[in-house]
Design a protein around this ligand. Sequence first.
Ligand SMILES: [Mn+2]
Length: 323
Amino acid sequence: MMNNTIKEIQNLLFSGKNIAVSAHTSPDGDAIGASCALAMAINETGGNAKVFIEKYSDTFDVIPVNNVVEHSIADFKPDIYVAVDCGDIQRLGEFTEIYNNTPVRINIDHHKSNTYFGMYNYVDDKSSSSSEIIYLIIRDLFNKFSNPDDIAACIYSGIVFDTGGFRHTSTKPQTLLFASELIKYNFNFNKIYNTIFNTRKYGEAKAMGKALCNMENSSNGRVVYSYLLEGDIAQCKTTSDGLSEIVNYLKGISGCEAAVFVYEKSKGVFKVSMRSDDKVDVALIAVKFGGGGHAKAAGCTIENQDVETILKNIICEIEKSLD
Ligand SMILES: [Mn+2]
């Protein structure tokens, strides 16, 4: 599977076309930051770009997306469609069909499991984030932008989000080099960091409490797991976005080499998130169950099984990787 060159991707993107940009369903900081920075850069260079993504958590309202985001594609007829931060085409959700029907299709991503589904592809699984790749693509154009500050803020937000605030090993010298260039622009990086990592909603905290009550371990604490059912989540008045930190918290328990958190997204539909150390490649396990992701952070969706069976099967696979 071969990448196109950055130059080829630039030539397509900055040619004054109508361009739709979408990221994955349940957009996160990287999905929002990368897609909006790209669309704003295209609009600054004579093109006409819009971002089509699902409604997202208001935590991310701290990311200055201006007016490029739309939630429905209506009568926009793109010449080019760019998928950002999507490991496979289904991650585009409701926008998959229109992506397939657009004459020129680009895929920009950093997931190891990427299927190279675009006509043009730029995938770098060594990159901390899709936002870091977008910066690589638009970096030389920054001095031409009339409003570089918001574009810089979007990219910075995406990098900060996907690196967990520069904590994950995906943080490379280039990641910090780019971050150091970005904070020269005028935006409040401290506020972005604190809003993304240091604030939580009441219901989110409540859900964390319930998940910690349900917590169990196996292999003498090397695997830590928990779950929440649909009713628990409803009681806490939180959404799936409000559960995203639980698996990281479980992983932080001393002696834990792999953490699993399962929640019931809708009746009988279970989302599984996994985090691990070097020993366990959770991406490989996620792929076995129809999902994907990174070696140390991956997930999948499992239907028509009860939560006990799901946990048993996943933990059995994890334990095979522990010697
Ligand atoms: Mn990402």
